[in-house]
Structure formats: C-alpha cells, structure tokens
Design a protein around this ligand. Structure first.
Ligand SMILES: Nc1ncnc2c1ncn2[C@@H]1O[C@H](COP(=O)(O)OP(=O)(O)OP(=O)(O)O)[C@@H](O)[C@H]1O
Ligand SMILES: [Mg+2]
Length: 147
C-alpha cells in the first residue's frame, strides 16, 4: 500500500480508536481504500492479545447469520453474560456493512441487530427470549456509500 496523507491519517485514527476499544466505522465511495486501511490496521494488532473475527456481509446475510457467527466465538461466563473465547480481545470486522438486503419496511435486519447490541450491550436468545449480554463491544465496520 502506498502511503498518502489520507491513508496515514486514517491508519492513525483507526489504530488509536481500536487500541482504546472504540467501535470504528469507515464510510466512503467505491475504491477509496477503506478495505486496505482496515486490513493494514488489523495486521498490526498483536495476535497474542487480539483475535479478529471477519464477517463479510452480502445481500443474503441475515441477522440470524450475524448473531450465529459472533456467538460461535464467545463462551458463557455467568447467567446471560458471554465473553470471547480464550481471554483475548475479540474484534469483529464487518466489511461491506451496507450490503444486507432491505426488508419490507426498508430496514436492514443485520444492521438493526448491531445497533441494538451497541446501544444496549445485549441481544436476545431466539429460542428462550432471554437477554444475552455479549461482551465484545468493539468492532470495525466498513460502509460503502453510494453517493
Ligand atoms: N494508498 C493506496 N496505495 C495503493 N493502492 C491503493 C491505495 N488505496 C487504494 N488502493 C488500491 O485501490 C483498490 C481499492 O481499494 P479498496 O478495495 O481498499 O477500496 P474499498 O474502499 O474497500 O472499495 P469497495 O468500497 O469497493 O470495497 C485496491 O486494489 C487497493 O489496493
Ligand atoms: Mg472494500
């Protein structure tokens, strides 16, 4: 990757935010280097303390898929509380976050699930309807804007 003023700036910003466990979202038009900046930042993380879970979103991705993928990487700590497996910090990296298809009401269910999770820290067990707190509030989102 060729360093430019923009890539150096966004590299620094994303690295700093991620080190402080803040969620990051990169937004921009097609081919502006969002994925490259993200992958560069991820490659600089210490694998001893961070693990990365990549979720490539597509039009077919459902909120069930996203929930299942993330739940496959957490383990139960106490009643209703789930933490990443192995005691590492788990970073979820979701590329093409804008892709999931809209439902009848114009919302994108996987994005609604992530919003619920960021706002309240939990989502629901779909069988038992109980709250599940998922202690991985730390993610990297790539959103392709169309305008
Ligand atoms: N600073 C750079 N130096 C070298 N190559 C770059 C740079 N920025 C972008 N590119 C190249 O431009 C292309 C598009 O970059 P990238 O895939 O990261 O864009 P994107 O924003 O993720 O696009 P999309 O929205 O389509 O996913 C890639 O082939 C990448 O290697
Ligand atoms: Mg991309």
């Amino acid at each position: 990757m060729v360093p430019t003023v923009d890539t150096v700036r966004y590299q620094y910003l994303t690295q700093t935010l991620i080190k402080n466990l803040c969620p990051v979202m990169l937004v921009g038009p097609v081919g502006t280097g969002k994925t490259s900046v993200a992958e560069n930042t991820l490659s600089k993380l210490d694998p001893k303390s961070y693990s990365v879970l990549s979720v490539n979103m597509s039009a077919q991705t459902s909120s069930n898929n996203v929930q299942d993928i993330i739940e496959s990487r957490v383990e139960k700590r106490t009643k209703g509380v789930y933490v990443p497996i192995g005691g590492k910090k788990l970073l979820t990296f979701m590329d093409d976050f804008n892709m999931p298809a809209k439902d009848t009401f114009g919302s994108q269910p996987p994005l609604e699930l992530i919003k619920l999770w960021l706002d309240y820290g939990f989502w629901y067990d779909r069988m038992k309807q109980t709250q599940k707190y998922i202690k991985v509030r730390f993610m990297f989102l790539i959103y392709k804007s169309t305008s």
